[in-house]
Every structure is written in C-alpha cells, then in structure tokens.
Design a protein around this ligand. Structure first.
Ligand code: FES
Length: 217
C-alpha cells in the first residue's frame, strides 16, 4: 500500500532538531566515520519516536511520524544528499511520513494471515472505526493501514498497534481490543487466546523432556 509522502504539505514543520543529542552521538559512534550513512535507519526511528512523545502530550494526541525537515536534518548529520534518506524512509512501512493517529493499526494481509481470516479483521476494524484502510478517525485516535508480513505468521491473523503485536485475532477480539484502547486501557500484547509464544495452541509437543530439565514448562 502506497503511503502518503508529500514534502510540501501544509503539516510539514519548517525545522526539526533532535532533542536527545547524546543518543544521536551514541548511534553515530556505532559506525566507522566513513560509514556513518549506515546510521540512517536508527536515526529515522529516533525522529519518529521523538514526534510520538510530543504527540502523546498534544490535544488531540497523535502518533509518531517523520517530517521532511527531520529527514533533511538526518541527511546533514550523516553527510548524504536528502534523497538518500528519503529513499530509505519511503521504502519501509515502519516509517510514517505523514501525521498518523495516536494508535497506528497495521493490519497484516499477507498470505498466512489472509488464509487465517485477515479480510475479516480488516472488515471488523473498518466497521468499528468507521474508516477505510489508509484513513484516520475524526478524533485522530486511530489510523489504519495495510502492511505486508510482520513475521508473526504462526499466530495469524495479527495486527500491530504502535510497538505491540496482537495475535490469534478474531473479528470479535479485534473489536474488543480497539474498544479498550479507545477507553485508554493498556492491552496485553501477544496472543489474544492465551497461546504461549509461538507454541502449538494445545501446548508443547516436542522437546518436553529437555524443557523440563532446563526448568521450563
Ligand atoms: S503473514 Fe501476517 S505476520 Fe506473516
């Protein structure tokens, strides 16, 4: 799904400064000086999280995204033309390049999730939130987008909301989850049907003796 990216949009701030300069320096120190352009991805993440922290205090609250000015600042820091930062930021779905709601609902619709009912999950989000994929609710609380495999296929269908994965969903559980978030409740991440990690839903089936010896279940 193509994500919005308009470097001349009205919502773009003129300037951007990193608040945690120490963190920026620490990230740069992970790479040899000649390869500091490798810091582009963690710096994009820091910029998005900084905007998210500011957004959490705003009224209405909003989520993390990366303004063009932040990408230009990163280009300056890593000594690269801005296009080198734009091309990374536009490629990965984890970077938002336009304002998003406080809760970014990323619905995985790739084959394993699709086989396990992701179309019903999309529909339950659309019905509950009253928006379509790519849209934000009027109160700015939720933005819903479609994403490719998020690597939790074994517990499909699943969605990611901000930093958390919610797995083993049904349309009913999805609506309950969105409802709880709407009321400001923290919801436990992971399997929503009590599955432990990616274990079979019926419990451990292999290596049981070894797990017992190691003090596990
Ligand atoms: S297909 Fe949905 S997490 Fe992999």
């Amino acid at each position: 799904m193509k994500k919005p990216f308009d470097i001349n949009a009205d919502y773009q701030p003129e300037t951007f400064e990193f608040k945690d300069k120490k963190l920026v320096d620490e990230i740069l120190s992970r790479y040899p000086t000649y390869a500091k352009k490798s810091a582009v991805m963690p710096l994009l993440d820091v910029a998005q999280r900084q905007v998210s922290t500011e957004g959490a205090k705003a009224k209405p609250a909003y989520g993390g995204w990366i303004p063009r000015a932040a990408m230009d600042k990163i280009a300056e820091i890593i000594d690269q033309p801005p296009i080198r930062v734009y091309e990374v930021a536009t490629f990965y779905s984890m970077y938002n390049l336009a304002p998003v709601g406080k809760y970014l609902v990323q619905v995985c619709t790739t084959t394993p999730c699709w086989l396990k009912g992701s179309s019903d999950i999309v529909k339950s989000c659309e019905d509950y939130l009253g928006i379509k994929l790519g849209e934000t609710t009027e109160d700015q609380l939720f933005t819903m987008v479609e994403v490719e495999c998020l690597g939790a296929c074994v517990n499909a269908p699943m969605i990611q909301i901000n930093d958390n994965y919610y797995e083993d969903l049904t349309p009913e559980l999805t609506k309950e989850l969105l409802g709880a978030l709407k009321e400001g409740k923290e919801m436990p991440a992971g399997s929503q049907v009590g599955r432990k990690c990616s274990m079979a839903i019926t419990g451990a089936t292999t290596l049981k003796d070894q797990a017992k010896k190691a003090g596990g279940a």
